[in-house]
Design a protein around this ligand. Structure first.
Ligand SMILES: [Zn+2]
Length: 503
């Protein structure tokens, strides 16, 4: 290379480093992130801001849900996909999701990025990588600087990582009690959905989070009647679903008619938060992630649709106040390595078959628990597999309308091996390397059944954890245009900050 060319290039690189230094180093250290090229806003500040986060939900999850809806509606081989509400938003973008520890990040670090604009380690909530410096969140800033009312809603426990990232600052997402203490002190106006985890601490001897919250002026609404009677006249309130499973709302596929849904908690949030100054509400669809960890496509799809029904409540509000409202819908990371398409079905999918599944893997785990308590034979288990998942043996092939739902000899062998493993109490099971790949840390028979049903329907999985593909971002309303393009998840915060002009 000629000397002058080398010198010119060195000068260009040095200039670029200085420029990038002024632009990024203070906030993002030396990592080369996607450019926040579209984060200026000179227009009016949106008064009403909705931020929806589908946990573990990105392109495969919402595409599988829309394809499923189209396939079920038409029940034909025509290819019809029924877009979810948010997929029709006029603005879309995509956001990279890696954190300071991994290309496959967790919900604590990714929600920290969205909420504060900083990358951090997996597991850390709104603190830096040394776990000493706390970051103020967009929700805290909107409350303090603009006087907005703040709502945090989730289908999983309200002190779980994603909701926590809007009000708490903790070195570990597992500090559920400490996170709950921060919730009680947050002065935020509305919490809705799941219950507290570890409400009296790990040692179960701490003052209860319910009484701490009540001492700080919160009322706790935990019956359907109390929750449905909340209104703009209600003071600070924590609305806890009267029906919970491990502190979370039931999976949508298991939810009974009349039980409150994520959409109900979102609608109620709007009633409580509405005022003339403004509000910010974060709504998390948390069980999409849990279902995808367990590779349960039907549970994931139904929870994605439930999440979209919550978005629909915000869209109704937007239609009333289109000039003041902004709705953002995104995910934090992908979970499960879900794919539409599977090696065993080549280019074909058979998504309507999924609707034969009438309970979640979690509810089926309980059925299996019953098998262990009162031992049954494999043939009895096959009857339940037919009842709950629609998979039938060759002898019963007349019982299904889907010829692909007939179990092959190979598949029966797989189910039998999983059944035998599931009949051994978990603590006595010795899992081979192959078992671990097939079942992860879940109930072997539940995993074998959902994997079979998913694969026979054309859905594949590659992980029981999170993966590294980008999150989609959809936006509608005032200021939505700055969410178009390709950027990093920290830019979602940068854009919110630009729109609201908080410091
Ligand atoms: Zn997860």
């Amino acid at each position: 290379m000629k000397l002058w060319l080398k010198r010119t290039m060195a000068l260009v690189m040095a200039t670029a480093m200085v420029l990038s230094g002024t632009a990024y180093v203070s906030q993002w250290k030396n990592v080369d992130f996607a450019d926040a090229n579209n984060s200026t806003w000179n227009g009016k500040t949106p008064k009403y801001i909705f931020l929806f986060i589908g946990d573990g939900m990105t392109y495969p999850q919402f595409t599988a849900a829309s394809d499923y809806l189209g396939a079920v509606r038409t029940e034909s081989n025509r290819v019809v996909s029924d877009n979810l509400n948010f997929m029709d938003f006029p603005v879309s973008g995509s956001a990279t999701t890696f954190d300071s520890s991994s290309f496959c990040p967790d919900s604590a670090s990714t929600a920290t990025s969205i909420s504060t604009g900083y990358k951090t380690l997996s597991g850390v909530i709104n603190m830096d990588e040394s776990k000493r410096v706390s970051y103020e969140t967009i929700a805290e800033k909107l409350k303090e600087q603009l006087g907005y009312k703040i709502g945090v809603v989730s289908s999983v426990p309200i002190n779980h990582a994603t909701p926590a990232a809007f009000y708490a600052h903790q070195p570990s997402r597992n500090n559920y009690y400490e996170i709950g203490v921060e919730l009680a002190k947050s002065e935020f106006d509305y919490f809705g959905g799941g219950d507290f985890l570890l409400a009296t601490g790990k040692d179960m001897k701490q003052p209860s989070l319910y009484s701490l919250a009540e001492n700080n002026g919160y009322s706790i609404a935990d019956s359907k009647e109390e929750i449905l009677s909340l209104s703009a006249a209600s003071d600070k309130v924590i609305a806890i679903s009267p029906v919970t499973v491990e502190g979370a709302l039931p999976y949508e596929v298991d939810r009974k008619t009349g039980e409150l849904s994520l959409a109900d908690f979102t609608k109620k949030g709007i009633d409580v938060l509405y005022n003339n100054t403004g509000f910010f509400m974060m709504v998390e669809g948390g069980k999409i992630d849990w279902a995808c960890h367990a590779n349960d496509a039907m549970a994931a799809i139904k929870d994605t649709i439930a999440f979209d029904n919550a978005v629909a409540e915000a869209v109704k509000f937007y239609n009333k106040y289109p000039n003041d409202t902004l709705i953002i819908v995104t995910g934090d990371h992908e979970t499960g390595g879900m794919s539409i398409g599977f090696a065993g079905t080549q280019y074909s999918t058979y998504l309507p078959q999924l609707s034969e599944q009438t309970l979640s893997y979690e509810a089926y785990d309980e059925v299996i628990e019953g098998y262990r308590a009162n031992p049954v034979n494999f043939e009895t288990a096959l009857l339940d597999i037919e009842k709950y998942f629609g998979l039938v043996t060759k002898e019963k092939s007349a019982k299904t309308t889907y010829k692909n739902m007939v179990l092959t000899d190979y598949e029966i062998t797989q189910l039998k091996a999983a059944f035998e493993l599931s009949m051994i109490p978990a603590s006595n099971r010795k899992l081979s390397e192959a078992d671990k790949l097939m079942y992860g840390s879940y109930e072997p028979l539940s995993m074998a059944v959902t994997h079979l049903l998913n694969n026979k329907s054309g859905i594949g999985w590659t992980s029981y954890s999170h993966t590294g593909i980008p999150a989609a971002v959809f936006a509608r309303g005032l200021g939505s245009q700055i969410f178009s393009g390709s950027y990093d998840n920290t830019d979602i915060y940068v854009k919110l900050k630009a729109l609201t002009k908080v410091e």
